[in-house]
Design a protein around this ligand. Structure first.
Ligand SMILES: [Zn+2]
Length: 284
């Protein structure tokens, strides 16, 4: 169910946001002290004063929602429909009566807020690759496609309109990663799988030839399996975006889109209100 009650007013949106933000208790965003008292309000938002550093802050301070001209009710609805229904930002523009520019800027910022850890694999690991359509004009990137046929493998390029993207599921740590890459080849596969705890890492792959060299490498135990569609979609598991600046595998213009894409998969099976909480928690 769509959590319409949250979108009804800025006050109700502010209430949900407050619940999610302080789910582990109140904390000063500046000095991290938990010695915090209520201190009036700022519009729909509770204000606080830190007894340690003396500064005041409110529910939105230090989040991507701070200093935003769009009401939180509209903003949350925008995120919800973008992620849940693949709505375009232009559609929302008409629906919410907020400008395309400001909404787009917010979404971009929120993607930046989704930072990521480096890959450290416990194993066994599933790895799979797909291709994203990302070359649309105007910054709108709707939809993605998955090319399973061998004939289409390797066609996508980082600079082209269908860059390859790797999805990693670490069954050992229950971590998931979605990583855009320059090409779907052996060296990329090796870079992605390089950091593992055990001497030999078990890797489940499909029949794609870029994984073949793993067979001859004793630091890997390759198991070829064919994944069904939606294999990586699991509401209980933890998703993480992987960004490896150090090696230059990922980042760039695609990253923002991919983070939202990944979040979309994560909330796929969650009920409306839980999905929205997950969204807030992720973009905060
Ligand atoms: Zn403080």
């Amino acid at each position: 169910m769509i959590p319409v009650e949250v979108f009804r007013s800025e006050a109700s949106a502010a209430h949900l946001h407050q619940q999610v933000r302080w789910r582990e208790g109140l904390q000063c965003p500046r000095c991290q002290s938990e010695s915090v008292i209520k201190y009036g309000s700022y519009r729909e938002y509770q204000r606080y004063r830190c007894k340690n550093c003396g500064r005041t802050f409110n529910d939105k301070t230090g989040t991507i929602f701070a200093c935003v001209e769009i009401g939180l009710d509209k903003l949350l609805f925008a995120f919800y429909s973008l992620l849940r229904f693949n709505t375009s930002i232009r559609q929302l523009d008409a629906e919410l009566d907020v400008s395309y520019r400001s909404l787009h800027r917010r979404v971009e910022h929120s993607s930046d807020a989704l930072d990521a850890p480096r890959i450290d694999l416990a194993g066994p690991v599933e790895i799979d690759e797909f291709y994203v359509s990302a070359g649309k004009k105007g910054g709108e990137r709707d939809g993605w496609s998955r090319s399973r046929g061998l004939s289409k493998r390797g066609r996508g390029s980082y600079d082209g309109d269908k860059p390859p993207v790797f999805a990693l599921v670490d069954r050992g740590s229950d971590q998931r990663y979605v990583i855009p890459s320059k090409s779907a080849d052996e060296s990329t596969v090796r870079l992605l799988l390089d950091d593992h705890e055990e001497e030999s890492l078990t890797v489940y792959t499909d029949g794609f030839r870029a994984y073949d060299p793993l067979e001859k490498d004793e630091t890997y135990q390759r198991e070829a399996v064919i994944h069904g569609e939606g294999e990586y979609v699991d509401g209980d598991a933890h998703l993480n975006t992987c960004k490896s600046h150090r090696r230059g595998i990922s980042k760039n213009k695609l990253t923002a889109y991919l983070r939202l894409f990944e979040l979309r998969r994560k909330i796929l099976r969650k009920p409306g209100r839980d999905a929205l909480k997950e969204i807030i928690q992720t973009v905060l």
